[in-house]
Ligand binder design. Sequence first.
Ligand SMILES: NC(=O)c1ccc[n+]([C@@H]2O[C@H](COP(=O)([O-])OP(=O)(O)OC[C@H]3O[C@@H](n4cnc5c(N)ncnc54)[C@H](OP(=O)(O)O)[C@@H]3O)[C@@H](O)[C@H]2O)c1
Length: 320
Amino acid sequence: MSHEYSLVTIFGGSGFLGRHVVRALASRGWRVRVAVRRPDLAVYLQPLGRVGQIHAVQANLRYPESVEAAASGSALIINLVGILFQRGQQRFDAVQAEGAGVVARAAARAGARLIHVSAIGADTESPSLYARSKARGEQAVRDEMPSAPIFRPSIVFGPEDDFFNRFAALARVSPALPLIGGGHTRFQPVFVGDVATAIAKAADGATTPATTYELGGPEIKSFKEMMEFVLTTIERRRLLLPIPFAIAELQAAVMQLLPKPLLTPDQVQLLRRDNVVSAEAERDGRTLPGLGIDPTSIAAIVPSYLWRFRKTGQFRPRTS
Ligand SMILES: NC(=O)c1ccc[n+]([C@@H]2O[C@H](COP(=O)([O-])OP(=O)(O)OC[C@H]3O[C@@H](n4cnc5c(N)ncnc54)[C@H](OP(=O)(O)O)[C@@H]3O)[C@@H](O)[C@H]2O)c1
């Protein structure tokens, strides 16, 4: 489908998922407006499209007027804004709950379609504030723009991811990797390129209106299995140290003071629940395969960017 000259505004377009969504939409012919808090830091996105096809404007979800200005004139709005921990004014509720409503209202006023990205685990009853704010954000979207597709990914992997890169980096310097709550929490890691393709399909109008999709990869892996996968990939032997949730929470209370904490008490709460595609979403086809996307495995992608954490640090090309 050609979208030549149609304007899409992507909030959070400068993030990890954002750059892949920007590239996918630009390659489909959209004019892309990336709405970010610091447009000067988003110039690296411009080469992802043709000259003049991608540009950045200033917007902060905590300031509704800036969101409204950024949304004006758009045919489509995509909200990828999320935070992993709270800092200063950046609170889960302000950004992921109220902020989602602000974007949805701006989309409705602009007469634009909306695509919203949430997360598996979004639940008003969750012990995690992150997950509760994601659920409130979804509700705000449903109130303002009932027809919008919502995507809930499991943990997302790709060259710039926060998960595999962080634990591989930790394994390089630490004699042990932590198994929070024993490492039993199950995940369904999903490739960033597959999430971007799903969003691009929604932009094409190929999703069912008012539907919440749950995006997971081809395999379910426990936290422990993912740590083992990291260690095998980077060819390092490390102790896998089970840490009960209560102890992890105490440690996280200290760690959360760091500028970019590895773990916060709220993330420990999140780890108390599995993060996998629900049986209902599978049954209804509200999944990647349901959208005609064959999900990519971690084995096909992760070694290509974790190689630098190997002891020798030398590149070994994949043979298969
Ligand atoms: N990565 C995962 O494993 C994963 C899993 C499930 C769901 N998700 C969801 O997927 C979406 C994208 O995640 P990601 O991994 O790409 O996150 P990310 O790399 O942290 O990017 C988040 C984006 O949000 C922007 N942002 C933060 N606060 C803002 C505010 N107040 N106003 C405007 N923009 C703001 C950031 O820009 P600044 O430079 O301005 O901070 C950045 O562009 C999020 O909704 C996230 O919750 C991600």
